[in-house]
Structure formats: structure tokens, C-alpha cells
Design a protein. Structure first.
Length: 498
């Protein structure tokens, strides 16, 4: 924007250029140009300063936003320390001093104060790097302090539980040991061998020893008429886990024998059900023999023969599961092997029956599937031919794939009817996709038709005597003389000859 004096001089100069020339005009022009440049430079400096200020403000805002999670840790630590200090004071009144050695919060409080100081410095800092540095220092102080506070809270909770429950845990341990023995003694009376319970009895002996030690500790008064309740509590908790393992081991032996008995009873029923699949599976395999790819008759015959003979492992498992041998684990393994092989044989018979049913359905509908695929291909080809003026690369590619699938189906018709049916179905589906892929946009008519009756009447560069033009050549509605637009007989100008 020019200043007012410069607009005046410039307007006058335009009106009378010969008057506004010489040193006076140049002096006026120089003053106006310097004034304009000053304001331009000042505006640029202000804009640059504003951009730098906004950029720095954004960096500072990002640094302060990144410090928010650390500030949340600060508030969390403050709250936990506020809760820990009264708990620690109560613990000094309840628990033995030996348990409270080293349980202090002074270090955590010191870390809290230092972290708060770092955040105060970060609040006063104006540079984003300083804010990030102080935030990192505060985080380095808060993370270990939070971990120490959590550990201290857990230790106080453990002490409270030990003091409140050490007598009850002793009683629970004694009752658990008695229950485990009560579960073991009837089994021995039923004839179960002691070797099945070796590990369980060892765990039970360990628990009994812990119970006796806990009883001795409870009689030893340390301070304030309290025993070493923390040691009693921890000892009984470990012993309770041992007793639980011992009881589970004791109960697992009769449970395994009972499970084996149920499987021994259900295996013959499953075997008879699988044998019933033999005749239909043989008939199905005989039907499949006409197709080399589907031949299953030898495998089916072998499976039926094995089912008829039975599995000797069943009898061995029954003997191993008896109380005279008591090889319960061996019986379970033999039964698992026999059941797995029985399932495989039954699956083989089922596969033969399913394959024969599928073959019957395919042979019945194969001709129809092929005819449908051919009709779909012809329909897609006719549809494509109607719009041949457009590019039909996608449709032509799909149509080629459809024909290829149909050809493959014809080749597999005798050897593999199921695969041939799948190829025919695929050919029909691909032909339908080719039909939908045809570009059906209308033909784009050119304005340069060059045919008789076109918009300009004649052809471009027509031969002598051709088209609607006269023998003279290729003009547009030209006269015999030449190639002009409605020219006279004499020449090639526009609208008249020479």
C-alpha cells in the first residue's frame, strides 16, 4: 500500500510524465519508497516474531502436557504416604519392634519433597528443554519411591494378618492334616498300595513337622506376651499348601481308577457302534473303486477287520486297572491309545460313506452344472460383444478364466467327477462375474465424422469426385473449383474465389 504523497506523485506522473522528472521528483520518489520499505520490513519483523513466539509457546505447552502423568504420580505418592504414616504409627503400637526395623517412610518423604521442588522449577522455567529436564528428574525420584511405598504397605498388611490370624491358621493346619489322614486310611483299608501315596505322605509329614514347630513357637513368649507370630503364620501357610497337595494326590488315585472303569465300560459300546458302520462303508468303498482317485476299499477292509477282531489293549487295560495289579496309570495310557485308534477307524469309515454320497450327488448334477456354466459363458460373451467399443480387459480376463475352468472340468469328468463339478461351478461363477465386469458405458461420438451427411457436409481430404464435394477436392460444401468453405468456382478462399 503506497503512502499518500507517493500516490499523488504517481498520479500526476501518469497525467504529465514530462513534468515529473528531474532531481525534485527523484527526491520525492526516494522518500516515499523508503517509507514504504520501512513499513514492509516492520510488518515482516512483527510477523516473524509472532510466529517464533507461537512456536515457542507450542513447545512449552507440549512439555507441560508431557509432565501431567508425572504430576499424577506425585499426587499418588502423596496420598499413599498420607495413608502409610498413621498405619506405621499404629504398627509401632501393635507389632514387635523386631518386625518394624527398616520400615520407615523418611526416604519416600524426601523423594516427594525433591520431586515437588523439581516441579516448582519446571513451573518457573520458560524453555521447554528445562521443563523436560526437571520433569525427568522428578520421575526418577517418584518411580522408586512409589515402589517402596507399595512394598511397605504390603509388609504392614502381612504383619496385621499374621497377628490377627496366626492362631486360626494353626488350627486350620491341624484340621487339614487330620482330614488328609482320614482320606488316606480308608484307601489303605480298601487295599490300595502305599506306593501310590509316597509323594503325598512325604508332603503330609512335612506339614506335620511344621505344625509341631509352630506349636513350639507359640509357647515361646517374646515381648508383650506375644510369640513369634510372623514365623508361625508364614510356617503354617506353607504347610497348608503342602497339605492341600497331599490331599489332592491321595484323592487322585481312586479317581483315576474310577475313570478307567468308566472308560472300560464305554469302550465296548463305542466298538459296537463303529462295527455297525462296516457294511455301509464297504458298499461305499466298492462304489468308489471305479475312480482311482477315490479308492479306499483296502483301507476300509483293514479297518473293518480290525474292528471285528477287537483291540487287545482293552483287555490289558482291564487287567492293569484291577486291584491285584493296581497299574492305574498304565491302564489309562492303554485306554487312551485304544480310543484314539478306534476314533481313527470310525472316521475312515465315515469318510468313505460321505465320499460315496457326495459322488452320487455330483454324478447326478454334473451335466446340469456344465450346461449352466456354458450358458453363463455365452451370456457373458454376448453381453461383452455388444459393448466391444469399450475396453473390456477385466471382463475378458474373467471370461478366459471361466473357459479354462470349464475345460479343466471336462478333463476331470471321468477320473475325478467331484473336482470336475467344482470346476464347472467355478466356471459359472466366474462367467457371472465377467458379465458384471463388462463396461456398459455408451459409445462416444466424435464431432469429426467425415461421413456423408456429417455436420460439415463433406469429408476431410476426400478423393477427387468422392463424397458430397465436387470433383475439385476435399473442401466443405465446396464448388468445383477448390477446397474453400462455400467458395466460388475459382479458388480456395473463404466465401469466394479469386
Amino acid at each position: 500500500m503506497l503512502s499518500a504523497p507517493w500516490r499523488t506523485v504517481r498520479g500526476a506522473e501518469d497525467a504529465c510524465p514530462e513534468t515529473y522528472s528531474g532531481p525534485v521528483f527523484e527526491h520525492v520518489w526516494s522518500d516515499a519508497e523508503r517509507s514504504r520499505r520501512f513499513w514492509v520490513h516492520l510488518a515482516i519483523l512483527v510477523a516473524v516474531g509472532l510466529v517464533l513466539h507461537l512456536a515457542r509457546w507450542g513447545l512449552v505447552a507440549d512439555a507441560r502436557a508431557a509432565a501431567r502423568p508425572v504430576r499424577e504420580q506425585l499426587a499418588l505418592l502423596r496420598g499413599r504416604l498420607d495413608a502409610l504414616q498413621p498405619r506405621l504409627a499404629r504398627a509401632r503400637q501393635r507389632h514387635l519392634p523386631r518386625y518394624l526395623r527398616g520400615l520407615e517412610v523418611q526416604d519416600q518423604v524426601r523423594s516427594l519433597v525433591e520431586a515437588e521442588s523439581c516441579f516448582k522449577q519446571a513451573d518457573r522455567a520458560a524453555h521447554p528443554d528445562q521443563i523436560r529436564q526437571r520433569t525427568a528428574e522428578a520421575e526418577a525420584l517418584l518411580s522408586p519411591a512409589l515402589g517402596a511405598a507399595d512394598s511397605l504397605a504390603l509388609q504392614l498388611t502381612h504383619l496385621d494378618q499374621a497377628l490377627d490370624q496366626y492362631q486360626a491358621v494353626r488350627s486350620q493346619l491341624e484340621a487339614a492334616c487330620d482330614n488328609a489322614l482320614q482320606a488316606y486310611q480308608p484307601l489303605r483299608q480298601e487295599g490300595y498300595r502305599a506306593e501310590h501315596f509316597t509323594h503325598s505322605l512325604a508332603l503330609l509329614d512335612t506339614a506335620r513337622a511344621a505344625q509341631q514347630r509352630a506349636a513350639r513357637l507359640s509357647q515361646q513368649q517374646l515381648e508383650n506376651q506375644l510369640p513369634d507370630y510372623l514365623a508361625i503364620y508364614d510356617l503354617c501357610q506353607v504347610a497348608l499348601r503342602d497339605v492341600t497337595g497331599a490331599r489332592e494326590g491321595i484323592q487322585a488315585i481312586p479317581a483315576l481308577r474310577a475313570s478307567n472303569e468308566q472308560r472300560l465300560q464305554s469302550f465296548p459300546r463305542a466298538l459296537e457302534a463303529a462295527r455297525a458302520w462296516g457294511p455301509p462303508a464297504r458298499a461305499a468303498a466298492a462304489l468308489l473303486e471305479g475312480y482311482p482317485r477315490y479308492r479306499m476299499l483296502p483301507a476300509v477292509e483293514a479297518a473293518v477287520r480290525q474292528l471285528t477282531e477287537g483291540d487287545p489293549r482293552w483287555a490289558r487295560a482291564a487287567q492293569a486297572n484291577g486291584m491285584d495289579r493296581q497299574e492305574f496309570a498304565l491302564a489309562a495310557r492303554l485306554l487312551a491309545e485304544a480310543e484314539a485308534e478306534l476314533a481313527q477307524r470310525r472316521a475312515l469309515l465315515q469318510q468313505a460313506i460321505d465320499r460315496a454320497e457326495e459322488l452320487r450327488a455330483v454324478v447326478t448334477s454334473l451335466d446340469g452344472a456344465r450346461d449352466a456354466a456354458e450358458r453363463a459363458i455365452r451370456r457373458a460373451q454376448d453381453h461383452l460383444n455388444r459393448y466391444r467399443h469399450n475396453r473390456q480387459h477385466a471382463a475378458e480376463s474373467r471370461l478366459r478364466r471361466a473357459r479354462s475352468s470349464l475345460t479343466n472340468g471336462d478333463g476331470l469328468r471321468t477320473a475325478d467327477p467331484i473336482a470336475a463339478f467344482a470346476h464347472c461351478r467355478a466356471a459359472g461363477d466366474e462367467a457371472e462375474r465377467a458379465y458384471r465386469a463388462v463396461d456398459t458405458s455408451p459409445r462416444e461420438e466424435s464431432s469429426y465424422r467425415g461421413a456423408p451427411g456429417g455436420p460439415w457436409g463433406g469429408s476431410w481430404g476426400g478423393s477427387s469426385g468422392g463424397g458430397p464435394s465436387s470433383p475439385g477436392g476435399g473442401g466443405f460444401q465446396s464448388s468445383p473449383g477448390g477446397g474453400g468453405f462455400r467458395s466460388s468456382p475459382g479458388g480456395g478462399g473463404f466465401g469466394g474465389g479469386l
